[in-house]
Design a protein around this ligand. Structure first.
Ligand SMILES: Cc1cc2nc3c(=O)[nH]c(=O)nc-3n(C[C@H](O)[C@H](O)[C@H](O)COP(=O)(O)OP(=O)(O)OC[C@H]3O[C@@H](n4cnc5c(N)ncnc54)[C@H](O)[C@@H]3O)c2cc1C
Length: 507
């Protein structure tokens, strides 16, 4: 007789990506165990910024306001050239996702917020100080052998699926012998975090300093905190960089009368890597376990957050009877977007890390030219890859060009729209007739007669997946084909009227 399941999904690694996935699964009513070999959330900051896409995911699990309480909105980003001239290189446009586009955070506070929220999810069982030691997959299950880090006997946990959120050195990825390659790019940077009072007057927002002798990044984090990053040249000994006198010397040009207390200084090697595959049977890799991105555009955790959101509803759908091939679309959809973010980080990192004086002169003259011609203004609003998918779980193939996409696009969020959509599948319709048609099919629908996204495209309705990506859209004539596509790709895994799910979980 088959042994009973301990949970539907076992999350190995309870860092920020595991925490967010646990929240999303908990809200969907998925019985989850999350384990971590650490005794508590990591206490030192790593991620410094998150974007509006991530804040929208936080909103879905009701932690956005708490995260924002300890955050700082950034409205501009400056590049300082080798001669000290300043250029505005990013002016994150107030987007249409319902949140500020760039926000400095304090990762430990953000993690504490998520961990506290997970404690309120009755269906999520968190086990700290518990290390995963062995994985064994069967036809319908994954067995994980885990042991308390204090010692004692190993225990077997049986789950239907496992999410490996166990970080860049992922034990799960190594055990499954999944190569972690893609690029040999690696660069060492000294990362210094400090408590500051008041905020540094000289650096009120993120600055990239293109000093060819020592490329530097300086940015305010959450209120009362500041970070510096200093490039360590190949061949330089890292150890002296972590000494207080050296840190004082490097940071002195940025500090006026403010009081500064250094919290930590550590030399990191930044990598660009992607796992060769993100699914092995019933095990799925997410976050740093699947990809590593250098932090120049602040997208490491943010990419992991998108993974968690993409994966959560698909796991829930498959647990409710959707074909298991739906899980393959997780990598199909996420990998190109992760790669686009990595490419952006590498390109921008290349600009910042210029060390040859002649190349620096060339770089600075190009920047000046871009500014003179107005091209920089165009670039600074469009540098970030759009939140769209070129292929995946959609009724029809998304358009080839990202800005043309309808299916495959992330639906905007005017007026905190998501709160009226619930947690599952939903329809935004311009007419009562379209909404009624979908409601009779059991899909929750809201009517927005003047919805801008729909009106601009001449559409009557859009069917949104639980992650708010457009699965299908059209007029009355397109409802039938969209329903057929929904049945074929998701089948009984379609869950709607999600507020009822929240109530069921609470009950
Ligand atoms: C200097 C720096 C700056 C950064 N800046 C940004 C930024 O501005 N914006 C951004 O979005 N990202 C940034 N990042 C990246 C971001 O910090 C990471 O992407 C993010 O922390 C990864 O989260 P994760 O949950 O995938 O992995 P981790 O945070 O590494 O968590 C993995 C967890 O798995 C646990 N674990 C591992 N093995 C086992 C096992 N066998 N059994 C049980 N548990 C296990 C670990 O204890 C750990 O808690 C930055 C990173 C660095 C280093």
């Amino acid at each position: 007789m088959a042994a009973a399941f301990d949970c539907d999904v076992l999350i190995c690694g309870f860092g920020p990506v595991g925490q967010l996935l646990a929240l999303l699964l908990g809200d969907l009513g998925v019985k989850t165990i999350a384990l971590d070999e650490a005794a508590e959330p990591y206490v030192l900051p790593r991620a410094a910024v998150v974007d509006d896409e991530v804040l929208r995911i936080f909103q879905a699990v009701d932690v956005d306001k708490a995260v924002l309480r300890d955050a700082q909105v950034q409205r501009t980003v400056t590049f300082v050239n080798n001669r000290g001239r300043k250029f505005e290189v990013l002016r994150p446009a107030e987007g249409d996702l319902g949140h500020p586009p760039l926000v400095s955070i304090h990762q430990p506070s953000m993690e504490r917020t998520m961990v506290a929220a997970v404690e309120e999810r009755a269906l999520v069982d968190v086990r700290w100080s518990t290390r995963l030691e062995t994985i064994d997959q069967g036809a319908d299950h994954v067995d994980a052998w885990v042991r308390p880090t204090s010692g004692g006997p190993a225990q077997r946990l049986r789950a239907r699926y496992m999410a490996a959120c166990d970080g860049g050195r992922s034990f799960v990825r190594r055990t499954l012998e999944i190569p972690f390659g893609g690029s040999t790019y690696s660069q060492r940077w000294l990362v210094v975090d400090a408590l500051v009072d008041p905020a540094l007057e000289n650096v009120p927002h993120p600055h990239f300093i293109g000093d060819v002798k020592r490329p530097t990044v300086s940015l305010p984090m959450s209120p009362g905190r500041h970070r510096w990053e200093f490039m360590v040249h190949p061949g330089e000994d890292a150890a002296p960089f972590e000494r207080l006198e050296r840190i004082r010397e490097l940071t002195a040009p940025y500090i006026g009368d403010e009081s500064v207390e250094f919290e930590r200084a550590v030399v990191y090697t930044f990598h660009v890597r992607r796992a060769a595959r993100w699914r092995a049977g019933r095990v799925l890799l997410a976050g740093d376990a699947a990809h590593l991105t250098p932090p120049f555009v602040g997208q490491g955790f943010s990419s992991g957050a998108r993974d968690a959101q993409n994966l959560a509803w698909k796991l829930d759908a498959v647990l409710h009877g959707a074909p298991s091939r739906l899980l393959d679309t997780y990598e199909t959809e996420r990998r190109p977007h992760v790669k686009a973010m990595q490419d952006l980080a590498v390109r921008w990192g290349g600009v910042v890390q210029t060390c040859r004086p002649a190349t620096g002169v060339f770089r600075d003259s190009i920047l000046a030219w871009l500014e003179r011609t107005g091209a920089l203004d165009w670039i600074k609003d469009r540098a970030k890859p759009l939140p769209t998918c070129g292929a995946g779980a959609f009724a029809t193939a998304p358009a080839r060009l990202p800005f043309r996409r309808q299916t495959g696009a992330l639906f905007p969020q005017p007026d905190r729209l998501d709160e009226s959509l619930g947690l599952g599948w939903s329809v935004v319709a311009r007419t009562d007739a379209a909404a009624t048609r979908w409601r009779t099919q059991g899909i929750h629908a809201v009517v927005r007669p003047r919805d801008e996204w729909l009106s601009r495209r001449g559409l009557e309705w859009a069917l949104l997946r639980p992650d708010r990506f457009v699965f299908a859209c059209g007029g009355q004539g397109e409802v039938g084909p969209a329903l057929a596509a929904l049945r074929a790709s998701i089948g009984p895994g379609v869950r709607s009227s999600a507020p009822a799910v929240r109530e069921a979980v609470a009950a």
